[in-house]
Every structure is written in structure tokens, then in C-alpha cells.
Design a protein around this ligand. Structure first.
Ligand code: AMP
Length: 414
């Protein structure tokens, strides 16, 4: 039997109501915040990600699905591992900021990373996210965090904590970087091999490491918050004030740096203790340097992404599940198929969800199925009714049956 490849999953009809429920919530809430959906290709030129995210990260260094295209001039292309760099590419390519100085964009899409699959971690997975592009002000950082928190609340997820931190502006970050490198050099022998290699290239990542050795060695590392200059400090305080006024609870975690190079000022993460080692529901931050890194005009921007599979796992654990849509009408009986199909279509044109039996089962079996599916009404339409030009409409809740002229059936108030 041919099976799905490792780390990928079918989303089966039995699970789809949950996906639809989340997608509806994403659509509704992003609309309230004025965000518009963007969809970009799954395949991008590899440089979109290698220039944007940097070679030193796991995503680019180890996890990308990249390959050369066929043909005379092969190009290196990559199945997107994340969306932010692709959005930046698209906004720049289409000069979207030309017409609109602040762009509010959202997406829900699939992504690809060659990671070791486990619960809550797949090689093809899905993220819902948003990007607020064009504003250099802390209210936009707060806006995307509030948007994410609103979505989580709306889909019934409350068991998480929100950690925030500031990486400051360029000057603050560089000062801190120098200080951190010198601290880490002092602890060199206590660090994991990965962290030793990262020390000069990406020292902030060492603080992110899950390795117990690194955690112990960096326990007393200097805090970035002590290096924020006046502007960065005021910026961060402003974000916090807005969150507080909006009743979004958070804790400040000075060790939170997030893996990617392109962040500055605010970074944040939604964490849960309910999913074992996959403790991040999502996260994001401000990425002012990214537009220029990808060859565009310098543009301030901030965004986040939430992992949809992890949201679904939490909902499953909490035993909250979206309702499965039930048919309005099930038409049963042994009348001619052409008439049954005609009635079904007429009712569907009235916006009703209508099912018919396609297996020519017995009357009893059809009635049983209508019951099982929870149809609100069953239309009984056998040869006898066909001859008389009527149908019997049964209200499945009350059991009341009404004879109704076939010609007028679309006028019945189902
Ligand atoms: P990141 O882009 O790495 O910050 O990821 C944002 C969120 O996407 C994470 O917090 C996870 O919820 C989700 N995520 C990232 N990688 C995976 C994966 N391989 N499988 C499932 N979810 C993932």
C-alpha cells in the first residue's frame, strides 16, 4: 500500500470541520482588524529565504526542501519554510506600499521543513499568521500581538503564556552582542558544539538553545534589557502599556530572542505546557531590517505566525470540537431518480444542504441513514407519492409528517 511520506499527513473529511472552524475564525477576526489575505506560491527562489533568514539558522542551514529546476538554466528553488520572507518579496515585487503606506496582511498556508517528525512537529505543517507593514511605531507591534491573542481566545485556547522581549534598535543590539560574545567566550568549554559554532555568527541564538549544557552555561548571561538605549526602552514600555490596556497578559522574558536574524525591537512567543516538548504555539516580532536584506526599500514591519496543527491538538485535548454540519433535508424513497435529483437541486438552489441516497438502499436503510446524519427533515418520496404528485415531509425532531404538493415543495419552510 502506498502511504503518505514521513512527516506529512492527510487531512481527512472527519477532521475538516475543525480546519474550517479555524479558517472561519482567522477570516472573521483578521477582517475586524483590517487585515487582507495574501497567497504566494509554495515555491520561491532559494535566495528569498537564504538572504532573508540567513545561513546560520536551522531553517536555512538544515531544514529547507531545496532543489534545482530542470531545463537549460537550472535555478535553486525552495518549498517555503515560512511566510514572512515570501510576503516581503511579494510586497516589494508588486510595490504594494506604493498605494497603501500601511499594509495589513494575513495568511493561512502550508510550510515545509525537513525536521524530525514528532507530535506537533511535521515536515509539512500549517501556519496562520499576519504581517503589519509600514509602521515604525509600537502600536503596530501591539496590534499584531492583540490580533493573535484575540484569535486564540476566539478558538477557545486559553492555556498559554505570552512571553515578550525587546532586542532594541541596531545600536542597542550591537552593544549587547559584543557583551554577550565576550561572556560566552568565557564559558566556551561549557557550551554545546552547536553553540560553540554559533558563538561569533549568531550569539543570540545560544540563549535560545534547548540544550541543558547551554542553559546552565548561560544562566547568568547579561540581559539585553540592560543594554536598551532610551529610544528602545521607551518603545518597549509603550508596547507593554498598550497590551496592558487591552487586557493582554504577558511576562517579560529577557532571554527570549527567537532564532532569526532579522528581528529588532519587540519579539514574542505564545507558549504552552500542554504539548510536551513542542511548547511554542507561535511567535513573531518586528523585522525592520528584512526588506533591505531582500533588496527592497527599508520598511518597518512586524508580524507573527501560529502553528495550526498545535492549535488543533490543544482543542482536541480540551475536547472542544467544531460542530459537524448536518443536512437540512435527506430525500428518501424509490421514486424515479430523475425526479429525486430535480427536487434536490431545487432545494439546494434555496441554499439548503440536501442529500439523496445513491445506493438504492431499502426504505428502512435510507431512513436510518437520514437519522444517523441528523437531517432536520426527511422527504419521503416513493413510487406511490410520485403517482399522486406529492411528497411527505417529516420533521425529524417532532416526528410530524406533512403531505405536500410536489410542485410547490421549494416553498416549504424547511
Ligand atoms: P516559527 O516560524 O519557527 O516561529 O514557527 C511558528 C510556529 O509554527 C511554531 O510556534 C509552531 O507552532 C509552528 N511550527 C513550526 N515548525 C513546525 C513544524 N515542523 N511542525 C508543526 N508546527 C510547526
Amino acid at each position: 500500500m502506498i502511504q503518505t511520506i514521513r512527516g506529512t499527513k492527510d487531512i481527512l473529511p472527519g477532521e475538516i470541520s475543525e480546519w474550517h472552524f479555524l479558517e472561519e475564525a482567522f477570516k472573521r477576526i483578521t477582517q475586524q482588524f483590517g487585515y487582507k489575505e495574501i497567497r504566494t506560491p509554495v515555491l520561491e527562489l532559494t535566495e528569498v529565504f537564504s538572504r532573508g533568514i540567513s545561513e546560520g539558522t536551522d531553517i536555512v542551514g538544515k531544514e529547507m526542501y531545496s532543489f534545482l529546476t530542470k531545463g537549460k538554466d537550472p535555478e535553486s528553488v525552495t518549498m517555503r519554510p515560512e511566510m514572512t520572507a515570501a510576503v516581503v518579496r511579494s510586497v516589494t515585487q508588486h510595490s504594494l506600499l506604493h498605494h497603501d503606506p500601511t499594509l495589513r496582511l494575513w495568511y493561512a498556508a502550508s510550510f515545509f521543513r525537513y525536521e524530525k517528525p514528532q507530535k506537533g512537529r511535521q515536515r509539512q505543517f500549517h501556519q496562520f499568521g499576519a504581517e503589519c507593514i509600514g509602521s515604525p511605531n509600537p502600536e503596530s507591534d501591539a496590534e499584531v500581538i492583540i490580533l493573535a491573542a484575540t484569535v486564540l481566545k476566539e478558538i477557545g485556547i486559553t492555556e498559554y503564556t505570552l512571553a515578550i522581549n525587546s532586542l532594541g534598535n541596531k545600536t542597542s543590539r550591537e552593544k549587547y552582542r559584543t557583551e554577550l560574545i565576550s561572556f560566552l567566550k568565557g564559558k566556551f568549554d561549557e557550551l554545546s558544539e552547536d553553540s560553540q559554532n554559533r558563538l561569533e555568527k549568531n550569539p543570540l541564538r545560544v540563549l535560545d538553545s534547548k540544550d541543558a549544557k547551554d542553559k546552565a552555561a548561560t544562566k547568568d548571561a547579561p540581559s539585553i534589557l540592560d543594554f536598551l538605549d532610551e529610544e528602545s526602552d521607551a518603545y518597549f514600555k509603550n508596547v507593554q502599556e498598550i497590551l496592558k490596556e487591552s487586557d493582554v497578559e504577558f511576562t517579560v522574558n529577557p532571554r527570549l530572542v527567537r532564532g532569526l536574524d532579522y528581528y529588532n525591537h519587540t519579539v514574542f512567543e505564545f507558549l504552552t505546557t500542554k504539548l510536551g516538548s513542542q511548547d511554542a504555539l507561535g511567535g513573531g516580532g518586528r523585522y525592520d531590517p528584512l526588506f533591505a536584506q531582500l533588496g527592497g526599500k527599508e520598511t518597518p514591519a512586524v508580524g507573527f505566525a501560529l502553528g495550526i496543527e498545535r492549535l488543533l491538538l490543544l482543542r482536541e485535548q480540551n475536547k472542544v470540537q467544531a460542530e459537524v454540519l448536518k443536512p437540512d433535508v435527506f430525500i428518501i424513497g424509490d421514486a424515479s431518480a430523475k425526479l429525486i435529483q430535480k427536487i434536490a437541486l431545487r432545494l439546494r438552489q434555496k441554499n439548503l444542504y440536501v442529500l439523496t441516497d445513491l445506493l438504492r438502499k431499502s426504505f428502512k436503510a435510507q431512513m436510518k441513514e437520514s437519522n444517523k446524519l441528523g437531517a432536520r427533515y426527511t422527504i419521503i418520496f416513493g413510487k406511490q407519492e410520485e403517482e399522486k404528485g406529492i411528497a411527505i415531509i417529516k420533521n425529524m425532531e417532532t416526528g410530524v409528517q406533512t403531505e405536500y404538493p410536489l410542485k410547490e415543495i421549494a416553498d416549504f419552510q424547511f
